[in-house]
Design a protein around this ligand. Structure first.
Ligand code: 13P
Length: 249
């Protein structure tokens, strides 16, 4: 049985005071849940979040990591720094990193390997654009991306990582993939992993859905056979709606 994993990607939202407010509200209202919960604040809030989360059962993740270990890379943050700030997860290859920072499957693959080598868990994002879906090439795109981001990662590590399927057209648009569209994509991604590794490995990989997940649609998505969690953007910025999704899980 795969666990259900709900992660909140705060993107570029919340200063330190707002971080404390949101985390305290989450902690105060969070019931015991069988779902694993992760919050991914911006870099500047990580350490404050880590201290506030101690003992809460909520894990901490970062939204990106540098490919480099240290040195003259202005503006970058290394894996060792994320570790020392208390992170145990790192989102890599979010579509906004692909779109605004030119990240390719090859770069994302390197970042995933770096995170795994450091003992943290990467949440590796893939997903087709609206144009690709309309052209009918979703399956090809997802196959290429899955193959590219996992290249050279041994099965034992693939079983630990999380894949996040985020159709770009559903991110921040209020347009959620239907449960059928999402399940079809998840099934395809799992079948690609089975071909690359084995069905045993594919069955162990947690595949999250992301794109306009809300308390109202979380349950129908999370009850699909191949959907093992959610990567939540907008709805994770309010304690009520994030908790609504966690409770739906
Ligand atoms: P929204 O939930 O705002 O659509 O964002 C999804 C996302 O990009 C999470 O990484």
């Amino acid at each position: 049985m795969r666990p259900i994993v709900i992660a909140g990607n705060w993107k570029m939202n919340n200063d330190i005071a707002q971080t404390a407010e949101l985390i305290n509200a989450l902690k105060a209202a969070k019931k015991t849940s069988s779902a694993a919960v992760i919050v991914c604040p911006p870099f500047t809030s990580l350490q404050a979040a880590s201290l506030l989360l101690a003992g809460s059962g909520i894990a901490l993740g970062a939204q990106d990591v540098s490919l480099h270990d240290s040195g003259a890379y202005t503006g970058e943050v290394s894996l060792a720094m994320l570790k020392s700030a208390g992170c145990s997860y790192v989102i890599v290859g979010h579509s906004e990193r692909r779109q605004y920072h030119g990240e390719t499957d090859a770069v994302i693959n390197q970042k995933a390997k770096k995170v795994l080598a450091g003992g943290l868990i990467p949440i590796v994002c893939i997903g087709e654009t609206l144009q690709e879906r309309e052209q009918g090439v979703t399956a090809t795109v997802l196959t290429t991306q899955t193959t590219g981001v996992l290249a050279g990662i041994p099965a034992a590590d693939v079983e630990k990582l999380i894949v996040a399927y985020e159709p770009v057209w559903a991110i921040g648009t209020g347009k959620t993939a239907t449960k059928e569209q999402a399940e079809e994509a998840h099934r395809l991604i799992r079948s690609v992993i089975a071909k690359l590794y084995s069905s045993g490995t594919a069955e162990k990989v947690v595949i999250q859905y992301g794109g306009s997940v809300k308390p109202e649609n979380a349950k129908e998505l999370l009850t699909q056979k191949n959907i093992d969690g959610a990567l939540v953007g907008g709805a994770c910025l309010k304690a009520d709606s994030f908790l609504g999704i966690i409770n739906a899980a």
